[in-house]
Design a protein around this ligand. Structure first.
Ligand code: ASP
Length: 421
């Protein structure tokens, strides 16, 4: 009898024998086998020697993918799009959204061995490059509601990878007095693909959502192996690779924890769960801000333009904190000074990604500081952009001094003063 998707089978290939459940494969020439640990393993048809049926798929009325197990902790899931919510479209060769986003649970039911998915919210289905602060606010609002419900242990958010660190930073500022875990996760390969990273990421995200790590964290592969994930602080994480499973790295800090599907090993200190506290939504945001990168030869007129249209800017400056001044053909200083005098808030973040700004090392840096540029130490430029919008979105911080003070306050672990060098 021919095996069909859903049947348990043993497949003998020219290399090995594997046991698992057959999954519908949309990849030409590939048989897809879901192994016991949830991993989707693709086998080339030409390598298959035999397929033996171990058990037929239980027929009957189609079971809900989402099962309720009242003995497990309750977690709410927010699905927002991205590769993790997509499948390969074999007509175009690209990927498209899953027809029913909850299909994710049909593809990865292992999550139900860790937690009970109490509620699923799908505020929108978008790639992360199409999001803006209104989407971050919408996600934060749903988180607030879930986290303040005594029945919910934590929240998992599935998200696109490309601009995930912006959402992570936004939630880190918008969710004040965080009481429970908020876990963002992703996949680099669509959920229906052989060797998708979604299985491990979702299981580890569920583990963290039930833990006592009351922080906004990103959970994803720690390396290109499929063995464990890292939990990374939302304000200190960045996508640093276009395609690897371990695309996200902690910057200027360490991972909070190593996460396995069955356990968590803490690495650094973290804020801990307090079920008696309530989180507060504090999502003011002013989007008249920009994030730009300094490059040799930059035109000073950019600052004149910014000062007429924008309220703030983050400039990615050189390693220790430089940009072209006195001896340069295009000296930026007069334009920056005019912009600051006009009320533009000018912040500086580190272009090298790793390390911190130290404008006191060279005299040009000191000069820039005296002009009123706010140097943001080891804060990531993307986090700085989100934080600037957040700070300028609050009427209570309106003077230059108040804004500077807030930008330099460590609100959500965005500064790491223990960083050496
Ligand atoms: N462009 C997609 C996004 O960021 C890619 C992904 O999900 O990995 O939503």
């Amino acid at each position: 009898m021919e095996a069909k998707p859903g049947d348990r089978v043993s497949i003998r290939t020219v290399h090995e024998t594997l046991e698992g459940t057959l999954v519908e494969s949309y990849e030409a020439g590939i048989v897809l086998l879901k192994l016991r640990n949830g991993y989707n393993f693709g086998i080339k048809k030409e390598d298959i020697v035999s397929i033996d049926l171990i058990g037929k798929k239980k027929e009957g009325k189609k079971k809900e993918a989402r099962k309720v197990n009242s003995k497990l902790p309750n977690v709410d899931v927010i699905i927002t799009g991205g590769t993790i919510s997509s499948r390969v479209d074999y007509q175009t060769g690209g990927v498209k959204w899953l027809t029913n986003p909850e299909e994710l649970f049909e593809l990865y039911p292992e999550i139900f061995e860790i937690c009970n998915v109490r509620k699923v919210e799908i505020p929108f289905m978008k790639a992360s490059e199409n999001m803006d602060y209104k989407d971050w606010q919408e996600i934060a609002k749903i988180c607030e509601k879930s986290l303040n419900d005594g029945d919910c242990e934590g929240v998992i958010i599935t998200h696109g990878t490309d601009f995930l660190h912006y959402t992570a930073a936004a939630l880190s500022f918008f969710l004040k007095d965080l009481n429970k875990p908020v876990v963002l996760t992703y996949s680099q390969r669509s959920s229906d693909r052989a060797s998708s990273d979604a299985a491990l990421n979702l299981q580890c995200a569920a583990r963290v959502a039930c833990s006592d790590i009351a922080e906004v964290v990103l959970v994803g592969h720690a390396s290109s192996n499929d063995d464990f994930c890292y939990a990374l602080r939302g304000s200190k994480v960045r996508k640093l690779h276009s395609s690897r499973r371990d695309a996200f790295k902690p910057v200027n800090t360490m991972a909070i924890a190593r996460v396995f599907p069955d356990r968590i090993e803490t690495i650094t200190g973290h804020r801990t769960r307090d079920d008696n506290k309530k989180v507060k939504l504090d999502d003011g945001f002013n989007d008249k801000i920009a994030l730009i990168k300094f490059y040799p030869g930059m035109d000073p007129e950019i600052f004149d333009f910014l000062s007429t249209r924008y309220h703030g800017v983050v400039i990615e400056v050189s390693g220790l904190g430089h940009l072209a001044i006195d001896e340069a053909r295009k000296n930026l200083l007069p334009a920056i000074k005019r912009a600051i005098d006009n009320g533009l808030i000018v912040c500086a973040a580190c272009q090298t990604v790793y390390g911190r700004l130290d404008p006191l090392v060279y005299s040009p840096g000191r000069k820039l500081m005296n002009y009123g540029i706010i140097f943001l130490g080891d804060m990531l430029a993307e986090t700085a952009y989100v934080k600037l919008g957040f700070v300028l979105g609050h009427r209570q911080w309106k003077t230059k001094e108040q804004i500077r003070e807030k930008m330099l306050e460590n609100i959500s672990g965005e500064f790491n003063n223990r960083l050496e060098g």
